[in-house]
Design a protein around this ligand. Structure first.
Ligand SMILES: *Cc1c(COP(=O)(O)O)cnc(C)c1O
Length: 472
């Protein structure tokens, strides 16, 4: 148990030793065997540089750029680099946000507030769009129109049909997180332009690697501000720009389009508040660390990292193709390998891969789509990819031998039945009480069998169960 407020202060070296001991229980952020959550270029010295840059600006407050012009200069540099990479021109403007979710919430807010006369604004997205759009719609009370996809890609005619007089924004992905496929951005942008509706490209995931993959010759469509009709685009620097967590960029085609993003309030006795983003006080740490990362890697460095990623994707997807019991679920056209099962229990397979040191991300069934395993591939995987095939085939054999996981018998549940007591009992029964999350097949199978609203209730209950204050 950690006492966050000891009676007397504790020496720094002991505190750091405790932090390192805690971190030892986490999944490995380096080593090319973790396929979600972290992005590792495996570049020597980069971590240390980013840490030092973070420390330089950690206490600086982005609230007021006139007090801390260093942050304004760094943000303008980051936005400028993103604009250049993503087809912007002299009119392009943007903001640095804390992450993809914040960039998307702001894109939706900006579009909503551009139309004060629309009483019930709506957002149109393909069903493969990131869940953060649903969060944005929920937070902002914007209606959400989810349009079915065709072969995992947004379907322009179905998207066009979903646009109505209250639509303030249409969005699509480049690429989608779940499957790593790029939506037909030029066709969608054209139809939005024709209807006079803003069109946001969610390149949070791929925005810093797609341009390089295209330069390397990958057959991918145009997806950025060079496409007429794209009015805004987001890219997370804490993904394929390999910056530490906490930095994304939202670009708008023009300053006029960005204008409703700002929140200004001067009608109180304190300082007049003018915020471009959701947070007011903001640390300069992530911004300085991102700038250091970009400047250290450089354009040619990102091209090399994309080449490494591309060859790793090729090796991993060949391994999937050549292993009976699994198959590719989506074309590995960007930096994701998404696989499905041919006769083995996919969640048992994920556990068996984890037991062999490969940490993947199970994805639940969705409507007509079966469950899949997702691999976000980063440059670090170039060194480990060649050993994946043997472990995959061993994991498939082990999953076959174990057979499908048994879901504990449960009465028919509804979200209202998920009380704290129920969750505590279930966590105990599933062996999650002791905080060991290495064998998740049963949990995943149970969630997979539940309809989305029940999944949401179970996971909310479980997270709430975990998030309780520790006491001495
Ligand atoms: C990661 C991601 C997001 C959300 O970004 P966060 O940084 O996790 O808030 C949005 N869209 C896509 C496509 C993503 O991959």
């Amino acid at each position: 148990m950690i006492d966050a407020l000891p009676e007397n202060g504790v020496p720094g070296d002991r505190i750091l030793a405790e932090l390192h001991a805690l971190r030892a229980g986490d999944l490995p952020t380096h080593g090319g065997r973790l396929f979600a959550y972290v992005y590792d270029p495996a570049v020597d010295g980069l971590d240390e540089l980013a840490r030092q840059a973070y420390a330089v600006s950690a206490s600086v407050n982005g609230l007021d750029p006139t007090a801390f012009p260093s942050l304004l200069a760094m943000e303008n540099a980051l936005v400028g680099a993103a604009a250049r990479l993503l087809g912007g021109d002299r009119a392009t403007v943007g903001s640095v946000t804390s992450g993809g979710t914040e960039s998307l919430i702001l894109a939706v807010k900006t579009a909503r507030d551009a139309h004060p006369s629309i009483q019930h604004p709506r957002l149109v997205v393909p069903s493969t769009a990131h869940a953060a759009f649903a969060k944005a719609a929920h937070y902002l009370r914007v209606g959400l129109d989810v349009v079915p996809v065709k072969d995992l890609r947004a379907d322009p005619s179905a998207m066009a049909a979903a646009i109505g007089p209250d639509t303030v924004l249409v969005a699509a992905s480049a690429p989608s997180y779940a499957h790593g496929v790029v939506d037909p951005i030029p066709a969608l942008a054209a139809l939005c332009a024709e209807r006079g509706v803003r069109f946001h490209v969610d390149a949070c995931f791929g925005g810093w690697i797609l341009p390089y993959l295209r330069r390397l010759g990958a057959d991918l469509p145009s997806f950025d501000l060079s496409v007429p009709g794209v009015t805004s685009i987001s890219v997370d620097l804490h993904k394929y720009a390999y910056a530490p967590k906490g930095v994304s960029i939202l670009l708008h085609r023009t300053e006029e389009l960005r204008r409703p993003q700002y929140f200004a309030y001067a009608d109180w006795p304190g300082y007049p508040m003018i915020n471009p983003v959701i947070s007011s006080t903001r640390s300069g740490g992530p911004i300085a660390a991102a700038l250091a990362t970009l400047r250290s890697i450089g354009d040619n460095g990102y091209l090399d990292l994309a080449a490494s990623t591309r060859s790793a994707v090729q090796i991993l997807s060949d391994a999937v193709k050549n292993t009976s019991g699994v198959r590719l679920f989506a074309p590995p056209e960007t930096s994701v390998v998404c696989l499905a099962s041919d006769g083995v229990d996919l969640f048992v397979l994920a556990d068996e891969l984890a037991a062999r040191g490969w940490h993947t991300q199970p994805q639940m069934a969705y409507r007509s789509l079966e469950p899949t395993i997702h691999l976000t591939v980063t440059a670090a995987v170039r060194d480990t990819a060649p050993s994946f095939a043997a472990d995959l085939s061993a994991a498939v054999a082990a999953a076959r031998a174990r057979g499908p996981v048994e879901v504990p018998p449960l009465p028919p549940l509804t979200p209202e039945m998920i009380t704290p007591e129920f969750v505590a009992g279930l966590a105990e029964a599933l062996g999650l009480g002791a905080g060991d999350f290495s064998r998740m097949a049963q949990v995943n199978a149970l969630l997979n069998a539940a309809p989305p609203q029940l999944r949401e209730a179970l996971l909310t209950g479980f997270l709430s169960h975990l998030q309780r204050p520790s006491s001495e």
